[in-house]
Design a protein around this ligand. Structure first.
Ligand code: ZN
Length: 510
């Protein structure tokens, strides 16, 4: 911009900035007498992957005004700049630059080389940010800025994690994620939103035989027939009315009975279907009933730990997510392949185990399914044929719905349980709510409002990502998970290496 075209305000600002610079005004404000002591500011570091924009200006204006005010009131206010340099957005940018289509490409390229690229890309933006920060008159000490990729910074995260583990708060569990079987990666909600498309899938209504009652089956409907071999429970709504109907087929001598939601009778059986209602009851009365599993694979593949959980499996449970808007009002549950399913499984203690590998192929030991891809259309057809053979198929139908695809490679995504590390938070809710009452908030309504709501409903915190450009988790476990070590510092890691003669003794890095 030429000097002539600048507004008076811009010229005045630049003159002021030059004066501050020349006379070290910021440094002097830190060194001046501070009779009231320290006022601590933690600079929440901006993500340096991207250009600074207007909303950053707004946030920085607030972060500047308060320290200046406190300085004038007689406090010593140190402000150390920081940069949030890690994370998926950085990786995605480099993947785009190198024309990669996922984690496999990164591993072929080499993780160290890939991370080096990430690091360089972040530094590129930091220059731009520093100019921006200076120009908007934001006082922050950039000479001692911290970077989240610095080993010393990551070490501080290690030391916190070691403490958290020592406190018994670090644990590993599964987490249901939108998963691309081809790229071998989880998709963020932002990425997920980019890849929806309308598709026609085969859906089935399946009969699960009630234990101890002849010729009676629960009817459940699913849009993902591939999850049926992983079924471990059926779910009803406790306040929904269910009916047992009797239907006589031409080709069978004995009548067949089906249980489903009363409201769904017409849609499931069809307008002209003939049947007799022989029983009507609430969902809550069905809870606890047992049914025969259709497929034996879950039980056959179970480890000793999971085996004991099977006494809870193949029963009817109730949950609030069940509705009578579609299907039969009875929901088939495969704990590892759906969010609602997983939450119910966690709550009641159902077995958590995979019959499908992360590449989307059925594991060995799953009979005719072994080695086949879950989203292969022929697979749904084969499962339907098999259900018919087992006399468990009630009906099938093509169903048009919106389904998520990987925005990178167009593979249909699946909901899939992946290992994840968590910090246990839920039992701290009460204490956090109590402490929050003593916090001064501006504006005040946030205390009980947005922030208050958030801590009152705080969930356990999933901290791990299966990515490369981030702080490595300092957790080692032996192969049967019976021993775990968390390393709190680089020195501690060195000592352990020395003690084990520089060989990796226990090591499966998570
Ligand atoms: Zn993909």
């Amino acid at each position: 911009m030429s000097e002539q075209s600048k507004s008076d305000i811009a010229r005045r600002e630049e003159a002021t900035l030059a004066f501050w610079d020349k006379h070290n005004i910021f440094e002097k404000s830190i060194k001046k007498l501070s009779p009231k002591g320290e006022f601590i500011v933690y600079e929440g570091p901006p993500t340096a992957n991207g250009h600074p924009s207007l909303h950053h200006l707004e946030a920085r204006a607030f972060k500047d005004a308060i320290p200046r005010y406190k300085t004038m009131r007689g406090y010593h206010v140190r402000r150390r700049a920081g940069w949030d340099t890690h994370g998926l957005p950085v990786e995605l940018e480099i993947e785009k630059e190198l024309k990669f289509s996922g984690k496999k490409d990164i591993e072929r390229y080499g993780i160290a080389a890939f991370n080096k690229k990430c690091r360089e890309s972040v530094l590129k933006y930091i220059d731009e940010w520093q100019k921006f920060t200076k120009r908007i008159g934001y006082w922050v000490d950039q000479s001692k800025a911290y970077f989240t990729y610095d080993a010393t910074y990551m070490e501080s995260v290690w030391s916190i994690l070691k403490y958290i583990n020592h406190d018994g708060r670090l644990y590993k569990d599964y987490k249901i994620v939108p998963w691309c079987t081809r790229c071998g990666t989880v998709l963020s909600s932002h990425e997920l939103a980019q890849g929806y498309a309308d598709v026609k899938d085969l859906t089935v209504t399946v009969g699960f035989k009630v234990v101890g009652e002849k010729n009676t089956s629960f009817l459940a409907w699913t849009t993902t027939p591939w999850t049926l071999p992983a079924n471990v429970a059926l779910v009803v709504g406790s306040d929904i009315t269910y009916v047992t109907i009797e239907k006589k087929d031409k080709d069978t001598s004995s009548p067949t009975r089906f249980i489903l939601a009363k409201e769904r009778l017409q849609s499931v059986l069809g307008e002209n279907s003939k049947y007799t209602i022989i029983k009507e009851q609430l969902g809550s009365e069905l809870v606890g009933m047992e049914y025969e599993p259709i497929y034996p694979f879950m039980r056959e593949l179970a480890t000793t730990t999971e085996e004991s959980k099977f006494k809870k499996a193949f029963k009817v449970y109730s949950a609030p997510f069940v509705t009578t808007e579609e299907g039969t009002g009875i929901v088939h549950t495969a704990v590892m392949y759906g969010q609602d399913d997983f939450e119910l499984g966690t709550k009641v203690g159902l077995p958590k185990m995979h019959i499908v590998a992360p590449d989307g192929l059925f594991l060995t030991g799953t009979g005719f399914l072994t080695g086949r891809f879950v989203k292969d259309e022929g697979l749904a057809v084969d499962i339907i044929k098999d259900l018919a053979k087992k006399n468990a198929l009630f009906s099938k139908e093509k169903y048009e719905h919106t389904y998520p695809f990987c925005w990178r490679c167009k593979t249909p995504l699946i909901y899939y349980a992946r290992d994840s590390w968590y910090i246990r938070m839920q039992d701290l809710r009460g204490e956090m709510v109590a402490q929050n009452k003593h916090v001064h908030w501006e504006p005040e309504h946030i205390r009980e409002g947005r922030f208050g709501d958030w801590i009152a409903g705080a969930k356990d915190w999933a901290i791990s990502r299966e990515r490369y450009w981030g702080t490595p988790l300092p957790v080692w476990e032996n192969t049967d998970n019976s021993e775990r070590i968390t390393i709190g510092s680089i020195e501690e890691l060195k000592q352990r290496m020395r003690r084990s003669g520089n060989t990796y003794l226990i090591m499966r890095h998570m």
